[in-house]
Design a protein around this ligand. Structure first.
Ligand SMILES: [Zn+2]
Length: 243
């Protein structure tokens, strides 16, 4: 059961509140003793208006359920009508396009709970950044995670280009250029596993890019309205490790 989607009972209670508010307003018009606030319409906080730490906690607990092969049972039809009118995602995920990395599954979240931007190599480009800014500014997501993963073909290709000096066809050089700084930074540390190190470095650099984004993400970070972190998903274990 999706805890963020208003169930039928919540809709009824909201209706009751609206009726109560209408009654209060009516009473205010007839009673000089009614305080002014009673005339204000009752406003329910958005269900994703939670602290960044709470959003991260939900993601990591969801990942633990996924890794243990114990996902929540979901009724996808429940909340469908509510989702048709609004969305309240608890996090935005910038993940790789890799078919083995499915954010909603690996964080055990239902429809409407994650705002996902995906492209091979999970790096921040202008269009992806605009999507994340929309998530923060318009949808009010309290958390962004940059999610790399083990055995990433995009990062591996960037390593091969750097080490072998090959040129890839089509639009692939642009993608490689975006990942290359992570490869160079990882190489300088002479790690035992360059692919793993470059993957982590790529996550770290793109988390930094989000921190530096002005004005939307940096201001939301300063106001503690959003949190940003990086993680690496292990294809073999199903577990996400924060970087
Ligand atoms: Zn990948």
């Amino acid at each position: 059961m999706c805890e963020l989607c208003p169930p039928a009972t919540a809709r009824f209670s909201r209706r009751r509140l609206m009726i109560s508010a209408a009654s209060l307003t009516l009473a205010a018009a007839t009673s000089p003793l009614m305080p002014a606030w009673a005339e204000e319409p009752l406003v329910q906080p958005n269900p994703n208006a939670i602290a960044p730490d709470a959003a991260l906690d939900r993601l990591m607990k969801g990942n633990a359920r996924y890794a243990a092969n114990a996902p929540e049972q979901r009724d996808f039809s429940a909340g469908r009508a509510a989702r048709a009118t609004a969305q309240y995602p608890i996090a935005a995920i910038l993940s790789c396009a890799d078919s083995r990395v499915a954010p909603e599954l690996l964080f055990d979240q239902g429809p409407g709970e994650l705002f996902v931007v995906r492209l091979a190599g999970n790096f921040v480009n202008d269009d992806g950044l605009a999507s994340l800014e929309f998530a923060v500014k318009v949808l009010g997501v309290p958390f962004i995670m940059v999610l790399g993963h083990s055995a990433c073909g995009a990062v591996d290709s960037a390593i091969k280009v750097v080490q072998q000096g090959i040129t890839l066809p089509g639009h692939l050089p642009g993608l490689i250029d975006a990942i290359k700084p992570a490869v160079l930074a990882a190489e300088a540390k002479k790690p035992a596993d360059l692919l793993a190190a470059a993957t982590e470095e790529n996550v770290r650099l793109n988390v930094q890019r989000l921190h530096d984004d002005k004005p939307i993400v940096s201001e939301a970070l300063a106001a503690k309205k959003v949190g940003v972190a990086g993680g690496v998903y292990d294809l073999a274990t199903g577990k996400v490790t924060l970087t």
